[in-house]
Write a protein that binds this ligand. Structure first.
Ligand code: FES
Length: 338
C-alpha cells in the first residue's frame, strides 16, 4: 500500500497495489476530476512532485504535447510505485456518489437486443450501488486494460449489473464478451464511475440522446425517472440516432415503462436509408441534433440534456445547444469518450 499526499491540501489517501491514482482517490471519497477513466479525455491530469509511478499508457491521447513538456500525467493511467506527493485540483462537483469498488463479477445471462447489441448481465456478491447513467470498467480475460460500459438497469440489492454492448469490428473488448465469455465465467468489475448521472432534484423536463452503444445509460435514466415517480412532473424526450433501420433500438425497452407515448416520447432517426430498407423505414432521416432542436423548439432552455454516443454526435449536439442556443452547460450531462 502506498500513501498519496495532495499538495496544498490536508488530503492524503492510500493506494492499493495495482490500483491507479484515480481509482484510489475516488475509493477514498475524494472529488478527483475525471470523465473517461481510460486515458482519453485528459480531465484527470496532475503533476507528480515527488515519488515514482508506473505509466500504463504512454502516448495516451488525453495528454497534449504541451502537457507532456510540462511533465503532466494522467491519474487514470498511473500506478504509484512509491509514496507520492501530487498536485491537482479537487472539485466538490466530482465527489463520488457511490465509492467505486473493484470486485469479481459472474456472467449470469445474456440476450440479443439488435443484430450487433447484446445485453450482458453480471452478478456480484454485494449490492450494485450506482447512479443511473454511470458506467463500470470491466477487466476481461485476455484483454489488455479495462473497457468502460454503462449500466442499463437500476441500482439494486441483488448485485445485478446489466450492460448493453455493441460489437465493434476488431474491438478486443466487445468481441471477447460476445465470443468467449460463457455464463458462469468471472471477470473483474470496477465501478461505478461517471458524472453523467440523473439529477433527480431538477424540475426541468429531460432530453435523453443516445447513439450506437450509448443506449444503456439513457435507458437507465429513463427507468430511474419512472421508478422515482418523476414522470408525473417531468416529461422525457428520448432520441436515438442510428446509422440504418436495423440499428434502431430502445423503443421496446421504453414501452415497458408507465407513461410511454404520453410522458415518455421516443424519437428515432437514421442517418441513411439503404436501398433494401427504403420500403420499411418511414421515419426521420437525418442528424439527431437537428431533430432535437426541432422537437424541443423554443423551449430549448427549459430542459436537462443527457447524452451518450459517438463523439461526433456529442459534439454536434453540444454545438447546437451551447454555441447556437446558449443553453447553460450546467444543464448538459455526458461523459467524454473518444
Ligand atoms: Fe483520465 Fe479521462 S484521461 S479520466
Amino acid at each position: 500500500m502506498t500513501e498519496i499526499q495532495i499538495e496544498g491540501s490536508a488530503h492524503s489517501f492510500p493506494c492499493a497495489p495495482g490500483d491507479t491514482l484515480l481509482g484510489a482517490g475516488l475509493r477514498a471519497g475524494l472529488g478527483m476530476p475525471y470523465e473517461c477513466t481510460a486515458g482519453a479525455c485528459g480531465t484527470c491530469k496532475f503533476e507528480l512532485l515527488e515519488g515514482e509511478v508506473e505509466v500504463l499508457w504512454d502516448g495516451a491521447p488525453g495528454l497534449s504535447a504541451r502537457d507532456l513538456n510540462k511533465g503532466r500525467k494522467l491519474a487514470c493511467q498511473c500506478r504509484p510505485l512509491t509514496d507520492c506527493r501530487i498536485k491537482l485540483r479537487l472539485d466538490d462537483a466530482c465527489l463520488p456518489q457511490a465509492h467505486p469498488i473493484k470486485q469479481t463479477a459472474t456472467l449470469i445471462a445474456s440476450n440479443d437486443i439488435t443484430h450487433d447489441i447484446r445485453e450482458f448481465r453480471f452478478g456480484t456478491d454485494v449490492p450494485a450501488s450506482f447512479r443511473p447513467g454511470q458506467f463500470a470498467a470491466l477487466q476481461l480475460p485476455g484483454v489488455n486494460g479495462t473497457r468502460a460500459y454503462s449500466m442499463s438497469n437500476l441500482p439494486n440489492s441483488e448485485g445485478e449489473w446489466h450492460f448493453q454492448v455493441r460489437r465493434v469490428q476488431g474491438g478486443n473488448g466487445s468481441n471477447t464478451l460476445f465470443d468467449n465469455l460463457r455464463v458462469g465465467d468471472r471477470i473483474v468489475l470496477d465501478g461505478p464511475y461517471g458524472m453523467a448521472y440523473l439529477r433527480e432534484d431538477s424540475a426541468r423536463d429531460v432530453v435523453c440522446i443516445a447513439g450506437g452503444s450509448g443506449l444503456a445509460p439513457m435507458v437507465s435514466i429513463a427507468r430511474a425517472m419512472a421508478d422515482a415517480g418523476q414522470l408525473a412532473s417531468r416529461r422525457l424526450h428520448f432520441f436515438y440516432g442510428a446509422r440504418t433501420h436495423r440499428d434502431v433500438c430502445g423503443e421496446s425497452l421504453l414501452e415497458a415503462l408507465p407513461g410511454f407515448g404520453d410522458r415518455i416520447r421516443f424519437y428515432p432517426a437514421i442517418s441513411s436509408v439503404q436501398e433494401s430498407e427504403a420500403q420499411s423505414w418511414s421515419g426521420r432521416v437525418g442528424f439527431i441534433h437537428e431533430y432535437v432542436e426541432e422537437v424541443v423548439g423554443p423551449d430549448i432552455h427549459g430542459h436537462d440534456y443527457y447524452m451518450a454516443g459517438p463523439p461526433p454526435m456529442i459534439q454536434a449536439v453540444l454545438d447546437t445547444l451551447q454555441t447556437r442556443h446558449k443553453v447553460d452547460r450546467s444543464q448538459i450531462y455526458f461523459d467524454r469518450f473518444f
